[in-house]
Design a protein around this ligand. Structure first.
Ligand code: UTP
Length: 306
């Protein structure tokens, strides 16, 4: 059994980005969905920026087919940089270089995309027995509503693993992993997770707390993942493995805590949410916002009339 170190600092992040992105076909036929632009940055860059802002400077990206675009994006682009430098276009040059300077990037291939639990399992060697963060490559958390640093703080205080929860309308819970929770006396936004179920029907859901794509995991998760059989959709589900950790005590890598997130979040793997993310972020941008908001106001007014 993996030895656990509840108070070890969290320095590494794992970003699974090997899914097939079938909801976005044909856009994702030759491009990973995590590379789809949200305004003018690929979705995955927001995620890597979030990890770096929380002090996680070592990032392992789990990739699959079409991984080149992901690797190239976080690497230098010498020809392009030289061209922009020659033109004296410092602003574009800065934007091109930014992504390569964010963190120490590492890559591992998942092989077959057998599910999120399987994607996390391939990170075992890199994580090397420390608690680590997992950030889903298609889940955007608004940088003004910090979540990851709070989760790290809770993990450092309480040990075990920490997942992010968000209240959703009960009619939507079938789209998420769902957590049964009880108070744990550590602040209004923190609960103890007693059970988990992947994408339950509304009638069977133990709560309306949905699991969203940020986790701080104890390395004991790898022992549980090895034993985890394919679940819903024939995939190895991270939710099922977390369920195994939730019933453990501190001496064997448990328990699981939940941080309740009330901020802004976008699931860029979902087409409607992806569009909402672009509109909202474009409206808030200093450079694009004023013109775009004015166009949007006219557009909506016209739509309302028709
Ligand atoms: P999703 O279930 O949203 O991704 O996984 P998907 O399977 O690519 O999406 P659809 O339903 O076909 O459109 C959440 C995250 O986990 C990663 C995905 O890349 C995404 O960031 N993932 C999922 C993996 O890395 N490997 C897998 O086997 C499955």
């Amino acid at each position: 059994m993996t030895k656990t170190h509840p108070r070890m600092t969290v320095t590494k992040a794992v970003v699974p980005a090997a899914g097939l992105g079938t909801r976005f076909l044909p856009a994702t036929k030759a491009t990973p969905k995590e590379m789809l632009p949200v305004v003018d940055k690929p979705a995955i860059q927001y995620v890597v920026e979030e990890a770096a802002a929380a002090g996680l400077s070592d990032i392992l990206m789990v990739t699959g087919r079409n991984k080149r675009a992901l690797e190239d994006h976080f690497d230098r682009a010498y020809e392009l940089e030289e061209l922009l430098a020659r033109k004296g276009d410092r602003d574009k040059l800065r934007r091109v270089q930014e992504s390569a300077r964010l963190a120490n990037m590492h890559y591992v291939r998942q092989g077959d995309p057998k599910g999120l639990g399987h994607a996390v399992a391939v990170a075992e060697q890199h994580v090397a027995g420390q608690p680590f963060a997992v950030l889903l490559g298609d889940d955007l958390i608004d940088p003004r509503d910090p979540l990851l640093s709070r989760m790290i703080e809770v993990q450092q205080e309480l040990g075990g693993s920490v997942i992010a929860l968000m209240e959703v309308d009960p009619s939507q819970i079938h789209l998420y992993g769902c957590a049964a929770v009880k108070p744990n006396g550590f602040g209004e936004d923190v609960v103890r997770v007693t059970d988990l179920v992947e994408k339950p029907d509304t009638a069977d859901a133990p709560s309306n707390y949905a699991v969203i794509g940020r986790y701080i995991l104890d390395p004991a998760i790898f022992d549980v993942l090895r034993e985890t059989k394919p679940g819903r959709g024939g995939e190895i589900q991270l939710t099922d493995a977390l369920r195994g950790l939730a019933v453990r005590d501190a001496s064997t890598g448990g328990p699981v805590h939940g941080v309740i997130f009330k901020g802004r979040r976008y699931d860029t793997g979902d087409r409607a949410d992806y569009l909402r993310a672009i509109v909202r972020l474009a409206c808030e941008r200093e450079d694009l916002g004023p013109e775009f908001r004015s166009w949007l106001r006219d557009f909506v007014a016209t739509e309302m009339q028709s």
